[in-house]
Ligand binder design. Structure first.
Ligand code: UDP
Length: 330
């Protein structure tokens, strides 16, 4: 690539891992992040860093100054129940802010755009595993805010010299196996993060949200993907966008198998050799029962071989990072 990759949200969880994958693959990177939920220390020293919001008109200057030739857009809000109680935050941070970012990209002629989308765009699926062409009927504002962005990108790529790839993530977890980054989010709500916080004594128990879903043990089933595999998928998607300028893609990113909440907690117990206290509770607003990817499209479209499809391995990496964080925070 004849210039840099701009990573928005590069100081956050998934973004910081994408920065590592890009740098490891030899790309030059500029990170933009407003540091509302991210941390400047999470940005690898080999990347340039600019503290700015994606919707700031100054992003155009960053694109020009750093000769940005591709954007990977991770910045956004990601908590499903919060999107139910504060929908306008999600339409602002995810949909409206991204509209402005895309406008900056088009104005500066950025040719490639990769977007963090989500399995939440499908809502409650009619069947699992879910494939890309299945109905998209989000059951929460988070999923809708991301789906609206997918539509914008589709229309913009048809009208302007830009191609894009929307990666619909299933449940992202784990941490860089070399210990360079991990999930540092304050007040995290995602299951594996919560569970490793419990395993390291940061919380007393883990709530199990819903025991009456139509799943094998009644608890929610998700397709947990190692964050480093996901990060590598972005690099592979970028290569494809560069090689095939006229083509855009929407791809599920998951392993094609699911684990229930109880199975995840059992895996954490096996890794730590302890027992986390489980508190059975009612369903959380906006939660579907089962989300598992049909990943056949991504496997044949981009040059990506998942290497870390192992729940205990994901938990182990998450736990290693959690212990490091605990030391850092004293
Ligand atoms: N979950 C849970 N307890 C928690 C956090 C999550 O039982 O403390 C469940 C949640 O209801 C869902 C699954 O774990 O079935 C994954 O939720 P998470 O918030 O990690 O990701 P989401 O699928 O909502 O994006």
């Amino acid at each position: 690539l004849n210039g840099k990759v701009m990573v928005t949200g590069g100081a956050g969880y998934i973004g910081s891992h994408a920065v590592l994958a890009l740098l490891d693959a030899g790309y030059q990177v500029v990170v933009i992040d407003n540091l509302v939920t991210g941390f400047d220390w999470a940005v690898d020293g080999r990347a340039a860093f600019v503290r700015i919001a994606v919707e700031d008109p100054g992003v155009r200057d960053v694109i020009r100054q750093h000769d940005v030739k591709a954007i990977m857009h991770f910045a956004g809000s990601v908590v499903v129940p919060e999107s139910v109680s504060d929908p306008l935050k999600y339409y602002r941070n995810n949909t409206a802010a991204t509209r402005t970012l895309i406008e900056s990209a088009v104005a500066e002629g950025v040719p490639h755009f990769i977007f963090s989308s989500t399995a939440a765009t499908y809502g409650t699926p009619e069947r699992v595993p879910i494939s890309e062409n299945d109905p998209k009927v989000p059951i929460n504002p988070y999923g809708m805010s991301k789906l609206m962005t997918e539509f914008m990108l589709r229309d913009v790529s048809a009208a302007h010299p830009m191609n894009h790839c929307c990666l619909r993530y299933f449940n992202v977890a784990g941490a860089d196996p070399e210990g360079r980054s991990g999930q540092s989010t304050i007040g995290a709500t995602h299951l594996i993060k919560i569970a490793v916080e419990a395993a390291t004594g940061k919380r007393d128990s883990v709530g199990v949200f819903g025991t009456d879903f139509e799943t094998r043990d009644g608890t929610g089933v998700r397709d947990y993907v190692h964050v480093s595999d996901l990060a590598e998928a972005h690099v592979a998607a970028l290569k494809l966008l560069i090689d095939q300028p006229g083509e855009s893609h929407v791809l599920n990113c998951g392993y094609g198998r699911g684990f229930s909440v109880l199975e995840v907690l059992d895996a954490v117990d096996r890794v730590t050799n302890r027992t986390i206290e489980r508190k059975l509770q009612g369903r959380r607003p906006g939660d579907p029962g089962e989300l598992v990817a049909d990943n056949s499209a991504i496997l044949k479209t981009i040059d990506w071989t998942p290497k870390r499809d192992d729940l205990e391995g994901i938990v182990r990496d998450a736990l290693t990072w959690e212990r490091k964080l605990a030391e850092r925070q004293g």
